[in-house]
Design a protein around this ligand. Structure first.
Ligand code: 26V
Length: 824
């Protein structure tokens, strides 16, 4: 019999050191003679990986044996960040590793810092998927994530002369966390045609044939849970040329270049993550990515189901598939194709299975962000799927016609096909029709989708098909890893780390809100986190900032709806006010540090202009001797997950100031408050629920409400409108060249002054700067401020992604955890 391999317990630092050295010398084939931090990172990762892999194998074995209903989270994005620190947290023994590394002459932080972020996502949507994986494993749900193995993640951002420059993110040259599964492959077809015929029984059969084949190869990464042995799987598909006859003939006949070109074309599919551009549509390669990933994942899911030899009607009892936005919507016609064309089910049975299997999460109501694909493109690339989409639409419209015989316009409004030139497939409608539940990501957002983009569908299906699951964040990464001292302090008061598994336990912290020692330490930790960020800012950006100033932070993707322009105009306003003052008056002012960070989509000129303005303001203000520490402006280059882990714990105030009704949820708002920072924000997304939880004394809300936005916009065009006078003064300063050539910023200013101020910057400006003043005054009352921050932390329990996952499991997936067996 085989003797089971068991990963070495490194219960002592000597054991750990021996494992690290063994990996460096053998697995990495490196001499210890010049063991640098990169090698130490490699050795440490491999030592922890060994232990992770054992639990991973056991988990998968146990799931195969028990064969419970599984959850499949289909997301084109997983913004995982770094893995080593998380692995150490979940395996345990971080302290042992720290001592061991120290013996070898390394500091733990430096070794952790060697790892490149796995940046397979754009922003909130991708990070949400990563938090969900963490919670699914922690709560023992049998769940897999499916995505693409991009060779290039989201681009790296450099700021050159104040402008954003994009650098490719080639991240895979050393990635100890992935396991190629060259034996797990799926052949995926594109193009070709559909042949139809009648079989002996008179049934119509469709065969999709003569297409081009590309092979999907699986790469797996372990996803460990916290405080459990459950280790789930994230499966990433990589594309490569299929070794069908076609290539081979070319190769043998000497057409080497052509055969290599085919190979490169195939590999291009999984080459690069698309940055969600402002208006970048209809790229064939993106559609190819979507189908390639959906088809490979569904083949894998169906293959696993078929092993159990259950009847097809059992499929929805064994499989729940969650569609993260509309990107995986092609999974709906693909599952129909598998069931009908390949497995011989009839339409009605197949449709019933499909609808019961899928759930769809919507993440935006912005019309320009809703996916549409042209009918000719789908016809060309996926001819059989287009037929199926038309069949779905026909059945659906017949049903609508029967239900609403008097509303003739309804059919055109809800049709999956938009009758434009060319015709377009509305992916969100297809996702709604093909799923049993549709959810938004915060209460306001879930209400809005029911009254705007999906209004007609609420009439058709009734309100119960639509539900809300307010987003959440994992406290493991966003409290314990990012802010270890705060986590330790909380544990010391609550009697252990149970709150990391049940975040609602934080409420007990309110008992300590008057505890002198606790308050002092809480405050010291915030200060230390600000010192750490100040140090980073000095190193990375060369700007000295005083950690005792009020740190005001806005870090997120650059977008007009998120309104970084409102923030920077507010900063300019403050600068002008300070300049107006006498030196004596200035001394009474609250010193502030305004920190920005975020990437603009490469083709989004307005967002890039805002970055440029921030950098210009930074240059002028930071050099102004009159101003000194009273105002410093920083644009932090290349904001990403690992930088967020330094930035988030260091805020006094963070900005979540989107035009009301535009930010579906936001999740960094939750991270900042959980780490003892307060929020300045609009009544938008999850800000509203954060207010409900922490109390309106502990958050700074301002601005117009979502319900008034439409009228205000209308008024801008038909009522004629006056720009706020204080904002006008800011514009004059921009126009007179104070921050460099005014021409560069004219489009930005004109979008407000001349083109209707779509995002209501002027309407909200006064309310915004008044609230900032209020914050300055509140911050001076350090004692009250501290009470607010502690109270807010204590009330953030609701926003754990564990709570979200329980809601999805109960309300949408109808599935149960599978705890690891006691003995294994
Ligand atoms: C995409 C695009 C693409 C082109 C046009 C402009 C535009 C605007 C927004 C988007 C976002 C698409 C979906 C998305 O990432 N939504 C984010 O999902 C997060 C997780 O639910 C949520 O917290 C954010 O509020 C939401 O913006």
């Amino acid at each position: 019999a085989w003797k089971k391999f068991s990963a070495k317990e490194f219960s002592s630092k000597e054991d750990f050191e021996a494992e690290v050295v063994r990996h460096i010398e053998t697995t990495l084939a490196r001499s210890l003679f010049n063991c640098d931090e990169a090698a130490a990172y490699g050795g440490t990762s491999l030592a922890f990986r060994d232990r992770l892999v054992i639990e991973w194998n056991k988990t998968q074995q146990n799931q195969t044996f028990a064969d419970p209903k599984r959850v499949y989270y289909l997301s084109l994005e997983f913004l995982m960040g770094r893995a080593l620190d998380n692995a150490m947290l979940n395996v345990g023994m971080k302290d042992v590793a720290k001592d061991g590394l120290s013996d070898l002459g390394f500091r733990m932080e430096d070794i952790i810092g060697q790892e490149r972020d796995a940046a397979l996502g754009n922003g909130g949507l991708g990070r949400l998927a990563a938090c969900f994986l963490d919670s699914l494993a922690t709560l023992n749900y049998p769940a897999w994530g499916y995505a693409l193995r991009y060779r290039y993640g989201i681009f790296k951002q450099e700021i050159v002369d104040g402008y954003q420059v994009e650098i490719p993110d080639y991240w895979l040259d050393f990635n100890p966390w992935e396991f190629p599964r060259h034996d797990v492959t799926v052949d995926i077809q594109f193009y070709g045609g559909v042949r139809k015929y009648m079989d002996e029984s008179g049934k119509q059969i469709s065969v999709w044939e003569n297409g081009e084949i590309v092979t999907a190869v699986a790469y797996d990464a372990p996803v460990p849970g916290y405080g459990t042995k459950t280790t789930n799987n994230l499966r990433l598909w990589s594309s490569k040329a299929s070794h069908g006859e076609f290539d081979f003939t070319k190769f043998n006949s000497g057409e080497y270049e052509a055969s290599v070109a085919d190979q490169q074309r195939a590999e291009t599919i999984s080459a690069v993550l698309y940055p969600n551009d402002n208006l970048e549509r209809g790229k064939e390669l993106r559609l190819k990515q979507q189908y390639f990933w959906c088809a490979a994942s569904l083949f894998d899911i169906v293959r696993r189901f078929k092993k159990s030899k259950k009847a097809w009607s059992e499929f929805p009892n064994q499989v729940a598939i969650q569609l993260n936005d509309t990107h995986p919507t092609l999974a709906i016609p693909e599952l129909l194709r598998i069931l009908i064309d390949l497995e011989g089910l009839n339409w009605d049975d197949a449709w019933d299975i499909v609808q019961k299997t899928f759930g769809y999460t919507n993440h935006t109501v912005l019309p320009e962000a809703l996916e549409k694909w042209s009918v000719p493109l789908i016809q060309h690339l996926l001819p059989r799927h287009l037929q199926i989409i038309y069949d779905i639409n026909l059945q659906f419209l017949q049903y609508v016609e029967r239900s609403f015989p008097k509303d003739r316009d309804m059919l055109g409004r809800v049709s999956i096909i938009e009758e434009s030139q060319p015709k377009m497939v509305r992916m969100a409608y297809l996702a709604v029709i093909g799923s049993h539940k549709v959810n938004g990501v915060a209460e306001l957002h879930s209400d809005l989708i029911k009254t705007t983009i999906f209004k007609d569908f609420v009439k058709i299906y009734g309100p119960d098909k639509f539900t809300n699951v307010t987003n959440g964040i994992t406290p493991r990464r966003w409290l314990h890893q990012a802010n270890p001292r705060l986590s330790e302090l909380i544990a010391s008061k609550l009697g252990g780390y149970d709150f990391l598994k049940d975040l609602t336990l934080l409420h007990k912290l309110e008992n300590f809100v008057d505890d002198k020692d606790f308050r002092k330490e809480f405050q010291e930790i915030k200060y230390a986190n600000k010192v750490r960020l100040a140090k980073y800012i000095k190193e990375a950006q060369g700007i000295p900032v005083n950690p005792s100033g009020l740190f005001d932070i806005q870090v997120k993707r650059m977008h007009e709806y998120k309104r970084q322009q409102l923030n920077i105009f507010g900063v300019i306003h403050r600068y002008l006010e300070l300049k107006d003052m006498s030196p004596e008056d200035r001394k009474k002012m609250q010193p502030r540090v305004s920190i920005f960070g975020g990437k603009a989509a490469p083709g989004y000129w307005m967002a890039k202009t805002v970055i440029h303005l921030i950098n210009q303001v930074s240059k002028i203000v930071n050099a102004d001797k009159d101003i000194g520490d009273l105002l410093k402006v920083v644009f932090l280059e290349d904001y990403n997950v690992s930088k967020a882990e330094i930035i988030v714990p260091a805020s006094d105030i963070s900005e979540h100031i989107s035009t009301a009704g535009t930010e579906a949820s936001g999740t960094s708002n939750m991270k900042f408050v959980l780490n003892g920072g307060l929020i300045i924000g609009t009544c938008d997304g999850a800000n509203i629920e954060i207010t409900r939880e922490v109390g309106d004394d502990n958050i700074f809300l301002f601005g117009n409400l979502a319900e008034d936005v439409e009228d205000l916009r209308h008024g801008h065009f038909y009522g004629g409108f006056e720009i706020d006078p204080q904002l006008k003064r800011v514009f004059e300063t921009v126009r007179n060249g104070t921050f460099g050539d005014a021409g560069q910023f004219s489009a930005l200013v004109n979008s407000i002054v001349e083109h209707g101020d779509y995002y209501l910057v002027s309407d909200d400006f006064k309310s915004y700067i008044d609230t900032q003043k209020l914050i300055n005054e509140a911050y001076k009352q350090q004692d009250e401020w501290l009470t607010k921050t502690i109270t807010a932390v204590a009330r953030m329990g609701f926003f754990s992604s564990d709570r979200c996952i329980e809601e999805y499991a109960n309300e949408i997936w109808n599935c149960e955890p599978l705890p690891p067996p006691e003995k294994n």
